[in-house]
Ligand binder design. Structure first.
Ligand code: DX5
Ligand code: ZN
Length: 216
């Protein structure tokens, strides 16, 4: 069964407490928290203060996706705010190996996100130090975009790379995941499904999460 990580970006910010209660009662495994700085991506979302408040609402894993420049400047602050897993973009890291060491030394699982144009081969010499590879299936910055079809081939290639090396690395897919394409994504080799609009804009978010969890 895939790990389900609803993205709060598509939730109702006026009713975050109710959204948390819904997630807590649901089959959701992780909270996927999208942080944008208006520089790495052309949009700004939310940061530490919101995550700190959300932390009081749940014991579920916080999967924080940093779409920001110089993530090393904020890793400790996100740990303090409640992050369990911290994902940085390879395109934003000049010294990725050092960034991963920093995240681990703070006691978090380390993730690396790849934009649609970034090849998985960039990870060849660092894969053993990564807990999660987050494959972007849309260009980061906005929810509600259409899934880029080529991503499935990318997932299959990455699955083979991880398997051949005998690593426990999780493969996470983020962007445009729907009830219709989720089975295909899982069959391609994804372990974690992020879903924003599909969950929060559906009539019955809890039922949608249940469907995604039991998709395969
Ligand atoms: C996009 C974010 C995603 C986004 C996904 O930049 O990283 O996590 O919230 O939203 P949907 O599922 O609506 O594509
Ligand atoms: Zn995300």
């Amino acid at each position: 069964m895939p790990i389900i990580a609803p993205s709060l970006l598509a939730s109702n910010f006026l009713r975050l407490e109710d959204e948390c209660k819904m997630l807590n009662e649901s089959d959701a495994d992780w909270y996927h928290l999208d942080v944008m700085d208006g520089r790495f991506v052309p949009n700004i979302s939310y940061g530490m203060p919101i995550i700190e408040q959300l932390r009081k609402m749940t014991k579920k894993t916080f999967d924080v996706h940093l779409m920001i420049e110089e993530p090393e400047r904020y890793a400790e602050a996100f740990k303090k705010a409640g992050a369990d897993r911290l994902t940085v973009h390879i395109e934003a890291c000049r010294h990725l190996h050092r960034n991963l060491q920093q995240i681990h030394s703070l006691g978090m699982k380390a993730g690396v996100a790849l934009n649609p144009h970034s090849p998985i081969e960039l990870l060849t010499d660092v894969l053993q130090d990564i807990d999660t590879v987050l494959v972007m299936s849309v260009n980061p910055g906005f929810g509600g975009q259409e899934f880029i079809q080529h991503t499935c081939q990318k997932i299959r290639n990455l699955r083979r790379m991880v398997h051949d090396r005998g690593l426990p690395t999780l493969i996470e897919i983020d962007g445009g995941v729907t009830v219709e394409n989720a089975a295909m994504i899982v069959r391609s080799g994804a372990d974690v499904l992020v879903a924003g609009s599909t969950v929060f804009h559906s009539k019955d978010p809890k039922a949608t999460i249940h469907t995604l969890k039991n998709i395969a």
